[in-house]
Design a binder for this molecule. Structure first.
Ligand code: NAG
Ligand code: NAG
Ligand code: NAG
Ligand code: NAG
Length: 501
């Protein structure tokens, strides 16, 4: 994910964003790695995804995904992931950096169109070799691989042939792809995530048309390649839920007994707070939870969509058959949450005919680490399942500085909040910083970076440099971090501009 995402919300917001001065934000506290459960009960890691780090986009038989197409259509400041961080060639160096940092786990995704270039059919031996190499390198260095099967990257060929996730044929193709991954890598990979942020993928890719595959219809989005914002987000989400469920059932039935791994799905999750205490805003806040999180978690936990979604979207949201409902319900071992920020929700019931867009225009983004604790508390409504925080982090302008105090302060605040959540009974099992390197970001390209490590794009070797946040995280992971961070005055403008655009 990325800054870009935050910026969209900023552009869309009609509320004044809370301005925060650095010195007001810092809560003085100290904690260390030893305050948390140790692996395998709890792991600290960092995340990336294939298109954002691998590069080698046209090498060794890989074929394009919809992300290649999107990046080459000028949406990303003219940048693309053709080379990215070149992790495809530098994976050994990167695993070495992970070891130095003290990472206990690495979350990455498999590029479907690298492993199976045509989306279905023959496996690409070079792709297979690459992921085997990466997984072995991680395992040999004691780092747990956490693998995502789908991270915004439908093989372009399936998009062209039958409209990608609009078609049930993609459900079938995905399950076959997942089967190959389990068969080939499942002896070493114990944590499988089927889909990354399918709620954002459906909303931004098929309603607003801002992410690949750039589908939308007027007046909900412009400049799209086609689409229907009123129906397609719901259809795509439905097919993804069916694909997830069939994949998880396959894993349970055919692999779990032998491989002993776990499987789950990962949603993008804000913490939502009402803009005012007015009952309308309080109800709107629940609606935001239901539309954005309940869209996937209600089917997974209860077997059906939230009532308010069925009511507001009427016949536009697909119905689960009895069989599908049984298949989807309970089809996970854990849930993943990508959490970055808190959003204030104001009632806009007047926009109800605008389906899912009713809440997104009315959001603001205060820095609020306690949002993570509250989000984990909210997960108790879903039976307090095991949870991995698979993304959390903050961007800065990429070239700004290695002295990234705002990011460091952000991470420290959220890890503290996570500790509070664990102490009040959360079932969180891991925490991953987005991102390990300054990767190719979804809308921003290379303009902003979330990385613990800066990647010098002007150096033909793409040298990586640790930021202060990498050093802090490393100290923390090695049990050495008890200090509270000092904020040097020359940097605090960064954090302020972050919140006051
Ligand atoms: C992909 O499909 C094309 C066209 O049908 C075929 O020529 C090619 O061999 C296929 N590639 C793989 C890796 O299966
Ligand atoms: C979207 O689909 C619905 C239901 O089929 C239809 O009524 C509507 O006209 C479509 N809108 C567009 C923009 O195609
Ligand atoms: C970052 O620095 C490089 C080289 O100094 C320059 O080419 C690039 O445009 C800069 N990017 C931004 C976002 O300022
Ligand atoms: C900002 O402060 C840090 C730490 O005090 C110092 O190392 C750095 O040189 C300063 N940067 C600038 C641009 O003044």
């Amino acid at each position: 994910m990325g800054t870009s995402f935050v910026i969209i919300f900023m552009l869309m917001t009609v509320l004044v964003v809370a301005e925060m001065k650095a010195d007001e934000v810092e809560g003085v506290r100290s904690f260390s790695r030893l305050d948390f459960p140790l692996p395998p009960h709890f792991v600290f890691g960092s995340s990336t995804s294939s298109y954002q780090v691998e590069g080698a986009a046209f090498e060794d038989g890989r074929k394009p995904s919809i992300w290649d197409t999107y990046a080459h259509s000028g949406y990303t400041n003219g940048a693309n992931g053709d080379i990215a961080c070149d992790e495809y060639h530098k994976y050994k160096e990167d695993v070495h950096l992970m070891v130095e940092t003290g990472l206990e786990a690495y979350r990455f995704s498999i590029s479907w169109s690298r492993l199976i270039p045509n989306g279905t059919g023959a496996v690409n031996p070079k792709g297979l070799q690459y992921y085997n190499n990466l997984i072995n390198e991680l395992i040999n260095h004691g780092i747990e691989p956490h693998v995502t099967l789908f991270h915004y990257d439908t093989p372009q060929i399936l998009e062209d042939e039958y409209g990608g996730w609009l078609s049930k044929k993609t459900v079938k193709a995905f399950v076959a792809y997942a089967n190959i991954c389990f068969r080939e890598f499942g002896d070493r990979v114990l944590h499988w995530t089927t889909f990354n942020e399918p709620n954002v993928f459906a909303h931004y890719g098929y309603d607003l048309g801002l992410f690949q595959p750039s589908r939308c219809s007027s007046p909900f989005g412009t400049n799209c390649v086609g689409g229907n914002s009123s129906t397609e987000p719901y259809i795509v989400a439905h097919n993804i839920l069916l694909a997830h469920a069939a994949t998880a059932r396959l894993y349970f039935k055919k692999y779990k007994a032998e491989q002993h791994g776990l499987i789950g799905l990962d949603v993008y999750a804000y913490w939502y707070v009402p803009y005012t205490n007015a009952p309308e805003d309080v109800i709107a806040t629940q609606r935001a939870f239901d539309f954005f999180i309940g869209w996937f978690l209600n089917p997974l936990v209860h077997g059906d969509y939230p009532d308010v979604m069925k009511k507001n979207a009427e016949t536009r949201i697909p119905t689960f058959t009895k069989l599908e409902s049984r298949l989807v319900k309970g089809s996970f071992d854990f849930l993943g949450l990508n959490h970055y920020s808190t959003i204030q929700v104001e009632d806009m019931s007047i926009n109800l005919q605008m389906d899912v867009r009713d809440f997104t225009e009315d959001m603001a983004l205060p820095y609020n680490p306690s949002g993570l604790r509250e989000l984990l508390e909210y997960m108790k409504n879903y039976g307090n399942p095991p949870i991995y925080i698979y993304e959390n982090g903050q961007s800065t302008i990429r070239n700004e500085t290695l002295h990234d105090v705002p990011r460091l302060r952000y991470i420290q605040g959220y890890i503290g909040s996570l500790l509070d959540a664990l102490r009040s009974g959360s079932n969180a099992r891991g925490y991953f910083i987005w991102s390990f390197l300054d990767v190719f970001e979804l809308l921003d390209g290379f303009e902003s970076g979330y990385g613990l490590y800066y990647v010098d794009l002007d150096d033909k070797n793409l040298k990586r440099y640790p930021k202060l946040s990498a050093q802090w995280y490393s100290n923390f992971l090695k049990g050495r971090s008890h200090q509270v961070i000092e904020i040097s005055p020359n940097i605090s403008y960064l954090s302020q501009s972050q919140f006051s655009q």
